[in-house]
Write a protein that binds this ligand. Sequence first.
Ligand SMILES: [Zn+2]
Length: 190
Amino acid sequence: MIYPIVPYGDPVLRKVAKPIKLGSIDLIKLSEDMFETMYAASGVGLAAPQIGMDIRLFVVDGRPMNEDEDEEEKDPSLVNFKKVFVNATILDETGEEWGFEEGCLSIPGVRGEVFRPEYVKIHYWDEHGEEHEDVFEGFAARIIQHEYDHIEGILFTDHLNVVKKRMIKSKLGEISRGKVSVDYKMKLSR
Ligand SMILES: [Zn+2]
């Protein structure tokens, strides 16, 4: 099932999402639906608030980012990087901060450089209820950091510098008024 994606301006994107009581919802079905929704929009990560649910769940699949790259350009962190993160807590972020032009399915047409630390240590459960503590790096870490922000009510645009923030202000206003043109389903109520 493909969910409509919630756009910038919807209050659900600004909530600190609630922990999930394991066993209370069908995480396998919900994460499958989130993957389907994400693939339909050509995304590499999707957090539950982006489909209107304020729960601590996000899915990632960074493998498509490697598909068009030459062998030596492929990011090793993205090999087999398809995962579900339930009730995640970032324990540590280390390494040098590096910049990358991020985008977001909830903020179509806007991109901007965000600096994030290279490594992330994270504790989480998967969709089968198994507990994990792992360290990710490179693009895998970045995707996790972006999605983790979503369950904390933070958007990548919050991290942009003042000048860039000013530049995208009117565009953000348009999105929150429902003025968007995308080739995937969005929840445009206004
Ligand atoms: Zn996003």
